[in-house]
Design a protein around this ligand. Structure first.
Ligand code: BMA
Length: 864
């Protein structure tokens, strides 16, 4: 038997000892350590003397709420009394201990991931940093100012309004800004719209779904980072090509203290070493390019098309016995934006892993006006709600923020592609050198931070700035009211940012993704059209056009369209008092920021529904109305997928409690629209087109396979009698929309007030798509009282509500005291049907659940 000699040679031991002593540290020590400065924060207005406790990361407003100085800004009209906060300067301070070990490192820096916005930072009374952009990351070398033991950090935040006014007054012309900047509510001197002068989330200054609460604060973490020898500043895993093998390059940015120093690089994939390389580091910045390959890669797919396999790729750099490492979780996939001239104009669609993908989704705004209140559960809730509703794309809209890393991480995990706007919306912007350089740095910081996320599909310059300039009359007004020179100056700033700086940054740092200058637009600087590029269709709502016009206005990619509704009654009760329960009360009007808001909801409602009998019913019917309208839109886009390859409605979420276009309210409650979008976005959809004489039935498939299925149609009356039936065996082709059946209206005709067509697509016994088609407007239908009964069953983690009906039950709405969402809601039940919906139990006991349970249908909303 072979025996290994385990005894150690004394000479060898001495050698190890010598090499250990000569390094002055242990072999392979970690070169970088980090501490988050979260503790001991205090804050005050510069006008005050007394310091009070603060939370960092946080905002001035949330600290004032915690302190009890101000009341809940979202309750009733409180927002209006809090406008003084943004006119003051605020200070934050903390003290933190620095150990001898930290100070023995060669470098110590303070990293500021997000300061909102005009911050002056003092370390032990020395000014170390001044900032003017909440979207940027700033790192400052501070070793020379630190001492062992206690150190003091102070952050002065100057009023963004006062700073804005200074810049506004110093600009010799007027920059056009939309009315979303609610300077009137903000009680800003001369109602000056100052938002565009500050690189800060646009929606803080108000929006047509948001409050005017201009926060200041340290909104992302401050980190004390110490390091010796070298540190990895950035790791980018570029996907070069993906086929039988994935060819990748790791770009590793390394900061080194030593010149001409040998280093070993190791790339690990899922914990297994994949590639090693010997490199030389020079003092300062180094960029290492390490190509590597993964054989037979498992692909990442968008939601609904397959799994979201993520590989963990780690890069380790070892030099002079110090090691630093960084890792990312990446999905392997190809993505292209295809814009090819065709008979209509030019296509605008995404190909993922070589397949054209119809994008189903919604626009996303920040989840709270006070950004740091959105935590992991809120991120998980909104994004898993998107996934559950069969979405595959989210548009991060340009008036908010570049989201937190965890947002994109969840999108990677859930298969939600991200249309990422840069943060510019509905305004023109300054174009001076300092502003442009600030924007360039902001773009670099964020493209570098986000480019490893598989979910990012597209970088888009701005939201509606081009439309505002070209279509809303801004260019003409500026030319007329100011001068042609001013108009040229303003356009030059636009051209510099959106046609030069941003595309240059994307090409340099992330050239595998497309850059699109403005949403909506047809090309660089070319305004919106339905033949080319993407479109926002607002003639429904703003133009008061009928919902049916969604069937005619079919662009190449619909990146925005929407209709408002109110939150459900349980949500409205949280921000109002009983005396506010009228849609035209001061409070309800203030929680409605569209200039045409509540009237427009009412006007459309009376086109489609009978007048609801009271406030609570009005809220409920407003949701049915919104869901009905957007369902028409989604189905029209999907039916026309040979022309239009995306349907992103405006908007999935809210940032405060309000009447808005959202499908999920501020408190996380799914509105009727979210439930119906879930159905309309399923892989298979049955949809109809109303022609003069016929009802044409289409089946739409986003599946990558052809399937053989049965299309079943029944004409039934509201009492449950089946009057006619059609059945057809069909082949549903992959990625297609096809007409399969045409029913003559004449034959269906006379009884149209108490009948419906129930359509189903069956795969064997399984219903993979269904829809109900009513033959007259809802308000003209003779809905019976449904004779509905229900019972409740308690499970370990959930309650089940079993609903039975004798006759047709239209829009069954189940509500309870629970904050959770029911598995289904606002659904139709055919006569003699039974349906079970469940809701997670949370903290509610059976008795209180049953007591709070309420089940209504559309007929309950009618005036008695
Ligand atoms: C869109 C958006 C937002 C706005 C919404 C509703 O065009 O880009 O600016 O909130 O319309 O008006």
């Amino acid at each position: 038997m072979h025996k290994t000699n385990t005894s150690l040679n004394p000479l060898f031991l001495i050698l190890i000892l010598i090499s250990f002593l000569s390094c002055g540290n242990q072999p392979d020590s970690v070169s970088v350590s980090e501490i988050k400065l979260k503790e001991n924060w205090k804050f005050k207005s510069t006008n005050d003397i007394e310091w009070n406790e603060a939370t960092v990361p946080g905002t001035v407003h949330t600290d004032l709420i915690d302190l009890g100085t101000i009341e809940d800004p979202f309750y009733r009209l409180n927002e209006h009394n809090l406008q003084w906060i943004d006119k003051e300067d605020w200070e934050y301070k903390t003290s933190f201990n620095v150990s001898g070990a930290t100070l023995s490192d060669q470098n110590v820096e303070l990293d500021f991931a997000g300061l909102d916005t005009y911050a002056s930072v003092y370390l032990n009374d020395s000014l170390i940093l001044q900032t003017d952009n909440m979207f940027r990351n700033y790192a400052v070398e501070v070793k020379r100012l630190l001492k062992a033991g206690e150190n003091k950090l102070r952050v002065l935040l100057e009023s963004p309004i006062k700073k804005g006014i200074e810049k506004y007054d110093a600009t010799p012309f007027q920059i056009p800004v939309s009315d979303n900047d609610l300077s009137k509510i903000g009680k800003v001197e001369g109602e000056k719209k100052v938002s565009v002068f500050t690189r800060k989330a646009g929606y803080h200054f108000g929006w047509d779904w948001g409050p005017r609460l201009v926060t200041s604060g340290i909104w992302r973490p401050i980190t004390l980072r110490s390091w010796s020898n070298h540190k990895i500043e950035d790791l980018f895993i570029q996907q070069n090509s993906i086929d039988k093998k994935a060819s990748l390059t790791a770009f590793i940015e390394v900061m080194s203290n030593k010149d001409d120093e040998g280093a070993q690089v190791e790339i690990d994939v899922n914990g297994t070493p994949f590639k090693t390389a010997e490199v030389k580091l020079t003092k300062g910045q180094n960029t290492l390019n390490i190509p590597f390959e993964i054989e037979n890669p498992e692909l990442w797919w968008p939601n609904g098309m397959g799994e979201q396999v993520l590989y963990t790729v780690e890069a380790k750099v070892t030099s002079n016995s110090y090691t630093d490492s960084k890792s990312h979780k990446i999905g392997l996939r190809t993505i292209e934006l295809v814009r090819q001239p065709d008979s209509i104009g030019a296509s605008f669609y995404f190909k993922v892993n070589g397949h054209p993908v119809f994008m189903k989704g919604a626009n996303y705004i920040p989840q709270d006006v006070f950004l740091t209140r959105a935590k992991e559960p809120q991120y998980k809730h909104i994004l898993s709600s998107a996934k559950e509703a069969n979405m595959n794309m989210i548009r991060v809209w340009g008036g908010g923020i570049y989201e937190n890393d965890e947002f994109y991480q969840l999108c990677d995990e859930m298969g939600l592609l991200v249309w990422q706007d840069f943060m510019f919306a509905c305004a023109m912007f300054p174009g001076d050198e300092a502003f442009l350089e600030n924007v360039r740095q902001e773009a670099i910081d964020n493209v570098k931070r986000l480019r490893n996320h598989t979910s990012i599909a597209l970088w888009c310059g701005n939201n509606e700035n081009l439309s505002a300039w070209e279509n809303w009359g801004w260019k003409d007004n500026v030319t007329k009211e100011q001068s042609k020179e001013v108009a040229d100056t303003i356009w030059k700033a636009y051209d510099d940012v959106f046609h030069k700086i941003l595309p240059e940054v994307v090409t340099k740092y992330d050239n595998s993704r497309a850059y699109w200058p403005s949403s909506p637009g047809s090309d660089f600087g070319e305004k919106e059209s339905h033949e080319k590029g993407d479109a926002h269709y607002w003639m429904v709502w703003w133009g008061k056009e009928p919902f049916d016009n969604y069937n005619k206005a079919i662009p190449r990619f619909m990146s925005e369209y929407g209709f408002q509704s109110f939150p459900e009654f349980a949500s409205v009760k949280k921000y109002t008092a009983p005396e506010d329960h009228d849609i035209y009360s001061e409070v309800m009007k203030s929680h409605q920021r569209s200039s045409i808001g509540n009237n427009t909801i009412e006007e459309y409602m009376l086109r489609h529904y009978k007048k609801p009998e009271d406030f609570e019913s009005f809220l409920y019917v407003s949701q049915l109305l919104q869901s009905h309208g957007i369902k028409i839109g989604i189905e029209a886009h999907r039916r026309n997928r040979d022309r239009c390859m995306g349907s992103l409605y405006w908007q999935i979420n809210d940032c405060w409690p309000v009447a808005s276009w959202s499908s999920i309210d501020y408190y996380g409650k799914w509105k009727a629209l979210h439930y119906s979008a879930k159905k309309s976005f399923k892989t298979f959809l049955i949809s109809h087109e109303n022609t003069e004489d016929n009802i044409d039935l289409f089946v739409i498939s986003d599946s990558l396979k052809n399937i053989n299925a049965k299309l079943k149609v029944s004409l039934i009356d509201f009492e449950g009698n089946e009057l006619q039936q059609w059945e057809e065996d069909i082949t549903v082709e992959t990625n297609n929309s096809n007409k399969y059946l045409s029913l003559s209206k004449k034959e269906l005709g006379r009884k149209s007030k108490d009948v419906l067509l129930s359509v189903q697509l069956l795969l064997g016994d399984k219903v993979v798509a269904d829809n109900n088609i009513y033959l007259s407007p809802f308000k003209k239908l003779d809905f019976p009282s449904p004779e509905l009964t229900y019972s409740v069953k308690e499970n370990n983690d959930s309650f089940e509500v079993i609903v039975k009906t004798k006759k047709l039950a239209k829009d069954v709405f189940i509500s309870s005291a629970s904050d959770e969402n029911f598995s289904d809601n606002y659904f139709d039940m055919l006569p003699n049907a039974e349906k079970t919906v469940s809701i997670s139990k949370n903290s509610l006991d059976l008795e209180s659940f049953i007591e709070s349970l309420k089940v209504v249908t559309l007929v309950d909303s009618y005036e008695k």
